[in-house]
Design a protein around this ligand. Structure first.
Ligand SMILES: Cc1cc2nc3c(=O)[nH]c(=O)nc-3n(C[C@H](O)[C@H](O)[C@H](O)COP(=O)(O)OP(=O)(O)OC[C@H]3O[C@@H](n4cnc5c(N)ncnc54)[C@H](O)[C@@H]3O)c2cc1C
Length: 563
């Protein structure tokens, strides 16, 4: 066996903390290592060339790259060694950046740790087997969950690409939150116009089947061959699809969790979404903004209700509230020009195209912006009083109001956690679905074949939600176009000679990949369903169930190298 070890500087990312030359010297003396080299950026073209040249020159059959996390550049490295004639599963990585140089400052200690990580990777790769990628066919249909603007866009694009799409929406109508808005910032275009054309196209589209009042209640299978159970009006239906887009959007923050603002106590304290309905001609008042039959003379908006507020467990910014408040202030000025309109804000975030200009225009319409934290809303006589601190003037002030509007932020859709569990997709600490990579994979999940769009991933405006709908549709259509997808061979494997058929591992599999053959009394693995998580192998008492290329022996050899 001849192993090549390549240690990356990653500029100063690694070399600033780890003595790379010392790690290379150490690696040269590890068992089976035929060559060890360092390079400034191993992921660069010249870096890759060094590896492929060495595979030919030194007759390498295994390679270890000590660099960044395997979640970075793994495909690049695997493709490179494969082109040079090596099985790509005979490559392993030692993460000496995220697990070492980025978390240590002492060079001597970091260098010693990097050596051990390289030794462990070499110990593991010694027993790595060459594996073959399998291909599976793809059912040429997609599912979109959530019929808001992001889901509608994704369904239209996949349908336009020529594939059957099922659009599942739990409410009786499509449109999501956009259907509840009067106009959109910053153009003040009526949302009805914006949605209408898309709704009509959906209705007439030959490839799109809309299932309203429906919810996904079960999912099994894998990319290319998902089987999804949808409950519609009490009649379960099973759909066979190749890929899916999750566009389940958001819920607004429950304003009663901030009792100091009097929501639910005073009828003239309302949320931004409720103001949208009041202002809309299709709303309950036909578009008239009235309190007790007359237009409010004083309107106060309170921003960041359930955003950037650790006291209610919401640290993030909801991104749209500054601009929707500016838009709603302009509704008031348009419908009630004499009204006094005050906005209590923390900071104004007007980052979208045309948004800063719109915010300035609203200020010119004599909307008063006061930078301050609101401490309470209380009643004095027949008026509400908003008590706040003006942080620019350094003084408290009180503003009388006939109407108080709370700019509530965005929370994950109410059953997002349940849906995530069912689909095997992860959520972040904020409860929104987690993208595979915030920059490189913004609409992908870590589950192949399942993509994300819109506010299901986190707060965003309509423009960004539609853009993600387009992006997720493209990603979901690629496997449908290809008709076949590759399946990772790093899966569980049963040694039937050793397996006692105890069945213990079967229940540990979240994906239904393990089935006990009761006649032969051995466990069997459906490799197409297995995601290679290793939960079943860890549980196996006899060692019959092993994860390919992360076997028990490999793990013990790594531990020995580390110790
Ligand atoms: C008061 C207010 C005003 C706003 N004004 C503007 C504005 O002027 N301009 C702007 O750009 N943005 C505005 N926004 C933001 C805008 O609402 C969002 O950008 C947009 O709604 C995101 O669309 P979406 O499809 O991702 O989510 P949503 O609109 O939330 O749609 C998600 C859909 O998925 C459905 N769903 C959820 N879970 C399931 C499930 N398990 N199964 C089936 N279906 C499910 C929901 O019923 C819903 O129909 C505003 C937001 C608020 C709160």
């Amino acid at each position: 066996m001849r192993i090549g070890v390549y240690v990356c500087h990653c500029g100063r990312n690694i070399a600033g903390t780890v003595n790379v030359a010392a790690v290379v010297e150490f690696a040269r003396n590890l068992p089976h290592v035929a060559v060890a080299k360092e390079y400034r950026y191993v992921c660069s073209d010249p870096g890759q060339q060094i590896i492929s040249d060495d595979i030919a020159e030194f007759g390498l059959d295994k390679v270890v790259i000590a660099s960044c996390s395997p979640s970075m550049h793994q495909n690049t490295f695997m493709n490179n060694v494969q082109k040079a004639g090596l099985n790509p599963y005979c490559l392993d990585r030692a993460n000496i950046r995220e697990n070492c140089s980025w978390v240590h400052s002492n060079m001597t200690e970091a260098t010693e740790k990097a050596k051990l990580l390289v030794a462990a990777a070499v110990a593991k790769v010694i027993l790595a087997e060459p594996l073959e990628v399998k291909e599976v066919s793809v059912t040429p249909a997609a599912l979109v969950i959530g019929g808001g603007i992001a889901g509608i866009q994704a369904a239209l694009d996949i349908g336009d690409a020529g594939f059957k799409v099922y659009l599942v929406e739990r409410e009786p109508d499509l449109g999501g939150h956009v259907a509840q808005l009067y106009k959109t910032f910053p153009s003040l275009e009526e949302t009805e116009q914006l949605l209408q054309s898309r709704m009509e196209r959906i209705k007439e589209h030959p490839n799109i089947e809309v299932l309203t009042s429906s919810e996904v209640t079960g999912m099994e299978g894998y990319i290319g061959n998902f089987k999804v159970t949808v409950k519609q009006d009490g009649v379960d239906r099973e759909l066979e699809i190749g890929t899916m887009v999750v566009a389940t959007g958001y819920d607004t923050f429950d304003a009663s969790l901030k009792p100091e603002f009097g929501y639910g106590v005073y009828p003239n304290v309302i949320t931004g979404l409720e103001l949208e309905r009041l202002a809309s001609p299709s709303g309950p008042t036909g578009g008239k903004i009235e309190i007790d039959g007359k237009g409010p003379a004083n309107v106060v908006f309170i921003q960041c209700v359930g955003s950037r507020d650790k006291s209610v467990g919401v640290e993030y910014c909801s991104r749209v509230c500054c601009m929707y408040t500016a838009k709603q202030a302009s509704y008031i000025k348009d419908k009630l020009p004499e009204a006094r309109v005050t906005v209590c804000y923390i900071d104004i975030r007007a980052f979208g195209k045309g948004c800063e200009e719109f915010y300035e225009k609203v200020q010119r319409e004599k909307v008063i912006y006061r930078r301050g934290n609101v401490s309470e809303v209380y009643k004095r006589g027949d008026k509400l009083v908003v008590r706040a601190e003006d942080t620019l003037l350094g003084e408290t002030f009180e503003e009388e109001a006939d109407l108080v509007v709370l700019a509530t932020g965005m929370r994950p859709a109410r059953d997002a956690a349940l849906l995530g569990k069912m689909l095997h997709i992860s959520s972040g600490a904020d409860g929104f679905f987690l993208e595979a990579h915030p920059k490189l994979g913004p609409v992908e999940t870590t589950t192949d074949g399942i993509f994300l769009a819109g506010c299901a991933v986190g707060p965003k405006d309509i423009t960004d939600s539609i853009s993600q709908g387009h992006a997720a549709a493209v990603k979901a259509s690629i496997p449908l176009f290809l008709g076949r997808v590759s399946k990772e061979p790093l899966v569980a494997h049963i040694d039937e000679e050793v397996c006692a058929g105890c069945g213990l591992c079967e229940s540990s599999c979240e994906f239904g990949a393990l089935v006990l053959d009761t006649r032969r009394k051995v466990m069997t693995v459906n490799e197409a369903l297995c995601r290679g998580c290793g939960a079943c192998s860890a549980l196996c008492p006899s060692g019959a169930n092993q994860l390919r290329n992360t076997t028990e022996k490999q793990v013990f050899d790594m531990i020995e190298a580390l110790l």
